[in-house]
Ligand binder design. Structure first.
Ligand code: SF4
Length: 103
């Protein structure tokens, strides 16, 4: 979750897991870094966050392009989504007889 939550306006409008976000009291800009050093710093925060998995799934489901979410960079999420689409395509197309999947 890249954007810390404003508790005054968002308590009932946000998914439950966001209330446990480790980044709640941090600057939003930390999670929208402009370089790799910033990405690594944000990911270190995420690594100790108890809702990291929920945050990553949220970003993937909503196709959030920018920022570090759930410990993943923009590039990592694009890779995950591409891999997911490839798997979905392969799952719909039966492999020829005698050829194991993935070849
Ligand atoms: S995983 Fe990172 S971005 Fe997501 S809620 Fe936790 S600290 Fe915030």
């Amino acid at each position: 979750m890249a954007a810390p939550i404003d508790a005054r306006s968002a308590e009932s409008a946000v998914p439950e897991w966001m209330l446990s976000a480790r980044c709640r009291d941090r600057s939003v800009s930390e999670f929208f870094p402009s370089d790799g050093v910033g990405v690594e710093a944000a990911r270190r925060v995420c690594d100790a966050c108890e809702v990291q998995a929920e945050c990553r799934e949220y970003a993937l489901e909503l196709r959030i392009d920018h920022g570090v979410w759930g410990g993943t960079s923009e590039r990592q999420r694009r890779r995950i989504l591409r891999a997911g689409r490839r798997e979905a395509r392969e799952a719909r197309i039966p492999a020829p007889r005698g050829v194991p999947r993935g070849r």
